[in-house]
Design a protein around this ligand. Structure first.
Ligand code: SAM
Length: 283
């Protein structure tokens, strides 16, 4: 498995100290999309994230923890769960952890998980469901923030339209703060999305700087909603704008041309979900 003398087995845990260890090389390669896709895997850092992911039923391929965590009961429990589900457990030196995470102060625990995508055809919005669709989102921080916000407002999930940044990149996963494990994500070409929306029984609400409807005046409680957001630089192309039932605008008063994509998504989502969110103090 390891192919190198630098891997030492301690019970079911392998000790790794060398950056040339092939398993370490595989994990480090997950920094690149090509290798994430090849391995159908991605990396998440932090003990809480790893526990949440396993609790939510995600498949852990490899658990890596720092030598200093040996004897930590929580880490040992999660290591046992990893082994029980067929995963690999590595005890790594700080040097190895730092190289994997590309950080000077790396997290003490990280997990390599199988990627999970929701098929667009399986998304059939009903009742008061809310899905967010992002057109060609480019920035990993924006994507991660949107995933976190979709989770926070209790929306159903996300559809990535066209050529987008990868939800499983290290930067995006970090920005989701764990919500990547709670939010179903689908992907589709613009054509497939337009075909899907024609069959879906949902109101598609696009956001547009030229939108003629104030986002606060729409009754979002009447049925399922798909909130469609435009690309950071170009906004929504005409073909997608025409596929919307409404084009809403968030009014602005200052000098800024537009809101940041993730901020605009958050503002719109809180309005769309307003009727469904508990009142603070009564929740
Ligand atoms: N130059 C781009 C344009 O002309 O649309 C700006 C895009 S903006 C940074 C990214 C996306 O955020 C927009 O496509 C839209 O979905 C949303 N957005 C930002 N500000 C908005 C606003 N005031 N009203 C509605 N949507 C907004």
């Amino acid at each position: 498995m390891s192919g190198g003398g630098e891997t030492r087995r301690v019970g079911q845990v392998k000790e790794v100290t060398s950056l040339s260890n092939p398993i370490v090389k595989d994990i480090r390669s997950l920094a690149m999309k090509k290798f994430r896709d090849q391995q159908n895997a991605f990396m998440a850092e932090g003990l809480k994230l790893v526990i949440d992911a396993i609790d939510l039923g995600w498949t852990i391929k490899t658990l890596v923890f720092a030598k200093a965590q040996r004897g930590n009961a929580t880490v040992e429990k999660i290591a046992a769960r990893t082994v029980a589900s067929g995963g690999l457990v590595l005890e790594a030196s700080e040097k190895v952890l730092g190289a994997i995470t590309r950080r000077d102060n790396p997290q003490m625990v990280l997990g390599v998980f199988e990627q999970r995508w929701t098929a667009l055809k399986d998304i059939r919005p009903t009742d008061s469901d809310v899905w967010v669709a992002l057109d060609r989102v480019r920035d990993p921080g924006n994507l991660g923030t949107v995933i976190r916000t979709v989770d926070a407002v209790g929306a159903n999930g996300l559809i990535l339209v066209g050529d987008t940044t990868d939800p499983f990149s290290v930067e995006t996963v970090r920005a989701t703060m764990g919500s990547v494990f709670a939010v179903p994500v689908a992907r589709a070409s613009a054509e497939a999305f337009i075909a899907w929306r024609a069959a879906a029984k949902a109101t598609v609400v696009g956001t547009h700087l030229k939108g003629s409807v104030d986002y606060r005046t729409v009754d979002y409680a009447r049925g399922p909603v798909v909130l469609l957001m435009g690309n950071e630089q170009q906004g929504l192309p005409d073909e997608l704008a025409h596929a919307c039932d409404q084009l809403i605008r968030i009014p602005q008063a200052g000098r800024a041309d537009s809101l940041n994509l993730a901020v605009a998504t958050g503002v719109a989502l809180y309005e769309i979900r307003r009727h469904a969110l508990p009142t603070v103090g009564k929740d």
